[in-house]
Write a protein that binds this ligand. Structure first.
Ligand code: ASP
Length: 364
């Protein structure tokens, strides 16, 4: 039986938490998170758990073959096999779960949640993670779509030794880059030029993607998740930051949550999401916290911008009181001959999801 005092105590705690968040329900995500944020906020507003909400949000991207950085249709490793990573943290219970190098299951975030809820472990990888998922009734399937298979084939054909040779093409007489799409049209006559242009772009500029989604409800409860197919064309078994608790995502219910997308190798070296949350604990605003983490990455390169030009990395932060930010190393993405579009992140605090500009360390 709950005593009157107990009820009053819980009521006072709830009122205090609502005062902190302004009673707001908020989801913050990477730039591919418009739908994820909308779904997460909808679920939280209906009283759903914050982790259930953000996982349901990112499941939309995991399911979507058009998002080639997450789940089904994610770009594969160098052998053409899709390998997925995910991690999550549940603020209210201070628990965590993670999977890495998971093949054949399109919802790594759901498996990470099961690891958290149904095992005495935090992280499962590879074959063990797959067997665990199957034990829970998940269906193994080929996650490579025709589109991502084509991008992988084009990447394989683009590799060259010093004499210009590649066993996967006609070799030494291969045309220069600007004629690439025309040459590909000969190799893949049934494929549209639009699709070949996409595949060539992906092969030349292996994209970063991933989705991170952080959710805060009106009671002040907070959770976060990150899910990815990782770096395109990676060495099989390569694990990035996304499934690493404290790098891809970190939640401390006393402070807030943070997550990351972009080149995972850089994030792992500074334990980025944990760093951002610790920065907020020590009084930095979400934006200052993210930019400080970015400065640590920059310092690992002696602040040499030339060396950092080849990669992108982003942090997202949501503080327990509802303040939030997104920040990136560079103001925009590098594509020769194009003005880089300004980096964005996604927010929903009720109503429609919207983009906001990321703060950035360096202009590009
Ligand atoms: N962070 C992911 C990884 O390194 C990739 C990405 O965000 O693009 O695996």
């Amino acid at each position: 039986m709950i005593s009157r005092r107990g009820v009053l105590g819980a009521g006072a705690a709830l009122a205090a938490a609502q005062a902190q968040t302004g009673g707001k329900t908020i989801a913050v995500a990477s730039s591919n998170g418009l739908r994820a944020c909308a779904r997460a906020v909808e679920i939280m507003k209906q009283g759903g758990d914050t982790l259930d909400a953000v996982v349901a949000g990112v499941n939309i991207q995991e399911d979507d073959p058009e998002d080639d950085s997450v789940g089904y249709g994610g770009l594969p490793n160098e052998e053409g096999v899709v390998e997925l990573d995910a991690s999550l943290m549940h603020g209210p219970t201070r628990r965590a779960g993670s999977v890495a190098s998971l093949r054949g299951i399109r919802y790594p975030s759901k498996i990470a949640k099961l690891v958290m809820e149904q095992t005495d472990h935090v992280m499962l990888v590879g074959e063990g993670a797959l067997r665990f998922a199957k034990a829970y009734g998940f269906r193994e399937e080929n996650l490579l779509t025709e589109k991502s298979r084509l991008a992988w084939m084009v990447w394989k054909r683009s590799l060259r030794d010093a004499s210009g040779h590649n066993n996967w093409t006609d070799g030494v007489d291969a045309p220069p880059a600007e004629k690439a799409v025309a040459e590909l049209k000969r190799a893949f006559p049934d494929v549209s030029e639009e699709l070949l242009a996409y595949a060539w772009d992906r092969a030349m500029y292996p994209p970063t993607g991933t989705i991170n989604c952080l959710g805060l409800n009106a009671k002040g409860e907070i959770s976060g998740v990150t899910t990815t197919s990782g770096l395109a064309w990676k060495i099989p078994g390569r694990v990035g930051d996304s499934p690493i608790i404290g790098a891809g995502v970190f939640v401390d219910p006393d402070v807030g949550a943070a997550g990351s997308t972009g080149r995972g190798e850089e994030n792992i070296r500074i334990a980025g999401a944990h760093t951002v949350v610790e920065n907020m604990r020590h009084g930095m605003s979400p934006q200052e916290a993210c930019l400080d983490a970015m400065k640590r990455i920059s310092k690992n390169y002696g602040n040499d911008r030339k060396r950092m030009e080849k990669f992108d990395i982003n942090f997202y932060a949501l503080r327990k009181d509802g303040a939030y930010a997104g920040a990136s190393l560079w103001s925009g993405t590098r594509r020769p001959g194009q003005t880089p579009p300004r980096r964005k992140f996604t927010v929903n605090d009720g109503g429609q999801s919207r983009y906001e500009d990321c703060a950035f360390l360096y202009e590009r």
